[in-house]
Design a protein around this ligand. Structure first.
Ligand SMILES: Nc1ncnc2c1ncn2[C@@H]1O[C@H](COP(=O)(O)OP(=O)(O)OP(=O)(O)O)[C@@H](O)[C@H]1O
Length: 283
């Protein structure tokens, strides 16, 4: 990632080779219109996310995180600025950008296998390839043995894993995740974070991950982008120099707590900070 003001904390830094840009955002601005009134959600965001990076976005409630993600996904039009994915300017939604939401978007009447196969069928993939992909990704998320179950027969965490398999089956270049674990209980959420870290490290996708949970952001990310209150700009970009793979016990380390507290302080400086959720409020 490269930006104007990247902050690193006082922890060891591994030297890495410069990487290609996966997602470039310059001067992004978004103004909504509601009943003749203008609502400026995003004032100006600049980011350069490199291939394979995991970047979380945190910020006060209503600062424009979801709007930002939906613009990168091509679901919402930007007012001005440039958004490109691997050199191509973002227009409409496309399979190279996989999107995952807080609530499972699985079809309740389709079995797990058929839910994961659905998008590939719509895109007219050959049957043999569909089978290969569905099997591979259901095994990756650990749910192959549930392929014949309906979503209603699974737990919330399992449903989100199926949603993840469905997104990954398209082999998108980037993954856009909007609070994907927000509706899960804390135990399941932690399990999902560990799973996501493993899947991300195996699949090498670039990820933008929106969350209210500061610890989740620190645990998963290479960088955490902290937005200001609306109309949002980037307040700080924090590089998370914790070794990978990260065991859950890393949350108890001084470095982890230092990152968490720093983000908490930044968010606390912003108005509406009381509406920031997650365990980190218990500082
Ligand atoms: N379609 C819309 N029309 C008008 N205003 C909108 C629309 N969508 C979002 N907004 C406004 O834009 C601002 C940013 O909303 P957004 O949902 O992106 O924030 P957020 O940071 O994701 O919020 P939260 O943390 O609560 O999920 C809010 O003030 C919201 O009311």
């Amino acid at each position: 990632m490269s930006f104007g003001a990247v902050m690193t904390r006082d922890v060891p830094v591994n030297k890495v080779e410069p990487k290609e840009s996966a997602i470039k955002i310059s001067n992004l601005r978004k103004v909504f219109e509601r009943k003749g009134e203008e609502i400026e959600a995003i004032k100006g965001i600049d980011l350069d996310i490199k291939e394979g990076e995991f970047v979380s976005i945190v910020g006060p409630s209503g600062c424009g995180k979801s709007t930002f993600l939906h613009i990168v996904g091509g679901f919402i039009e930007r007012t001005s600025g440039v958004v490109s994915v691997r050199g191509e300017e973002v227009g409409k939604p496309a399979p190279d950008r996989g999107m995952m939401f807080q609530e499972s978007t699985l079809f309740p009447w389709r079995k797990v296998y058929d839910n994961v196969a659905w998008g590939l069928e719509v895109q007219k993939f050959p049957k043999v390839e569909i089978k290969e992909r569905v099997e591979y990704f259901l095994k990756l998320v650990g749910l192959w043995e549930f392929k014949d179950n309906l979503p209603s027969e699974l737990s919330g965490g399992m449903r989100q894993r199926v949603s993840l398999a469905r997104v990954l089956a398209f082999d998108p270049k980037v993954l856009l995740m909007d609070e994907p674990f927000g509706a899960l209980d804390s135990q399941t959420r932690e399990t999902m974070q560990v799973e996501l870290q493993r899947i991300w490290s195996e699949s090498k996708k670039s990820v933008i991950f929106v969350t209210h949970d500061i610890e989740e952001a620190v645990y998963l990310s290479d960088y955490v982008v902290i937005l200001t209150k609306r109309p949002s700009v980037v307040k700080e970009i924090l590089k998370i120099d914790l070794p990978r793979p990260r065991d859950v016990s890393i949350r108890k380390s001084y470095e982890f707590i230092d990152y968490r507290n720093h983000i908490w302080d930044l968010l606390h400086e912003e108005e509406n900070v009381k509406s920031i959720g997650g365990r980190s409020n218990a500082k």
